[in-house]
Unconditional design. Structure first.
Length: 409
């Protein structure tokens, strides 16, 4: 589990019963807010953490016992404290980090010893850029980035997103742009890879216009694109129901190449399943009494059951986590809520979500001013809740969670 406290990275390892094994802290030498956003565990139990730190990307590798093996920084142009930074490990144990840096997305590769191997930048002409990242078993990197154009004081009228493939030596193999003609904002939310290295991107698209005082946008539709490993577009699926707006938050791939998407629709949270050929198989809708339009996390187990975490508002006005599990046919298996031992509220950052081989669910996120790591069994019952005290005077949120081969968190 990796969290943010007092502007630093805090990485914590717990055993399968929730007991702390070790805790490590990283403080950047460069002034600025440090926020860890991604974590991965390799076959040897080493822990890699990446995020924003002092105007750049910071990557830290810890041994299985918690001692720091190395740390590295990428000083990109105009890295925002709000940048989304993702991390992946290739089969050789090299570490790839990708995130927003100015009006581009930078992907950085380090050796397993922390040596900088290369930096690949994908510049786009746009006012704002965001990205998502995935890595295949051959070490190829896939980056999807969104950017906005025709921006003024009233807002932005156009946007597009581009999916790119980078080989293990940092060379661009292909790039494919999705850009609806006219004043339309196309925005990507997430990327996932299928077992045959098909590339799946989820996003949304909205028509916009300038009223003279502000930019207004019409009903949006959710969109899913699938490319083959060579960049050929295989299919596009759209989901719309005007005048309601659909949006995508997360995407994952299930058995037989099926594709799952989590998102929202006008106060409801939706989970969609598509066949490997892009046919919509089902839509499951969760309609909380007081929804909060926050991000969702999505994981799919080997049997095709999907677990989604959403953020909802409780009766007291706080924000709680809502976990919902669906079977492979879209039937709700269970639903549970968590608001913390002191009624602590969740915040609007994506919580960490992971599944183990027994179907247990692990959730890591903020609870009031504290940090909560939760374990649920396959039936949705809370097994344990581990609380790490935080400091209410600072911006803090758990960002990521991962499991090792023996069930440590």
């Amino acid at each position: 589990m990796s969290v943010v406290q007092n502007g630093d990275y805090v990485t914590q390892k717990r055993d399968s019963e929730g007991q702390v094994l070790w805790e490590a802290r990283y403080t950047s030498r460069v002034p600025g807010f440090d926020e860890a956003t991604s974590i991965a565990v390799d076959e040897e139990g080493n822990v890699q953490v990446a995020g924003v730190a002092g105007g750049g990307f910071a990557t830290i590798k810890y041994g299985a016992d918690g001692h720091e093996l190395w740390s590295a920084r990428y000083e990109g142009p105009a890295v925002s404290s709000e940048a989304r930074v993702s991390l992946g490990l290739d089969p050789a144990g090299n570490v790839l980090v990708s995130g927003e840096a100015g009006f581009q997305v930078a992907t950085v590769k380090y050796s397993r010893l922390g040596e900088l191997l290369w930096v690949a930048q994908t510049p786009r002409a746009g006012f704002w850029t965001s990205g998502a990242f995935a890595l295949d078993a051959s070490g190829d990197a896939y980056v999807v980035e969104s950017s906005l154009d025709f921006c003024g004081f009233e807002g932005c009228l156009e946007g597009e997103f581009t999916t790119s493939k980078i080989d293990p030596d940092g060379r661009d193999l292909w790039a494919r742009q999705f850009d609806t003609p006219g004043f339309v904002i196309d925005s990507a939310a997430d990327i996932a890879l299928g077992p045959d290295d098909t590339v799946h991107v989820a996003g949304d698209t909205r028509p916009c216009w300038d009223t003279g005082f502000y930019v207004a946008c019409g009903p949006g539709e959710l969109v899913v694109l699938t490319y083959d490993p060579e960049g050929t577009l295989l299919w596009v699926a759209r989901k719309a129901r005007p005048p309601e707006t659909y949006y995508a938050s997360a995407i994952s791939v299930g058995p037989k190449g099926t594709v799952y998407v989590a998102g929202g629709r006008e106060g409801n949270f939706v989970t969609l399943k598509y066949s490997a050929d892009g046919e919509e198989l089902w839509e499951a809708v969760f309609s909380p009494e007081n929804p909060f339009q926050g991000p969702s996390a999505l994981r799919v187990d080997p049997e095709g059951s999907a677990v989604v975490v959403d953020i909802v508002e409780d009766a007291a006005g706080g924000l709680d986590y809502a976990l919902v599990k669906y079977d492979g046919d879209g039937k709700e298996l269970w639903k549970t809520f968590y608001d913390g031992p002191r009624g602590g509220e969740a915040v609007g950052w994506s919580p960490g979500l992971a599944l183990d081989t027994e179907g247990s669910v692990y959730l890591a996120g903020r609870s009031g001013s504290d940090f909560a790591t939760l374990k649920y069994d396959a039936a949705g019952s809370l097994v344990w809740a581990a609380i790490r005290p935080g400091d209410a005077s600072y911006r803090e949120a758990t960002s990521a969670v991962a499991l090792d081969r023996v069930g440590n968190v």
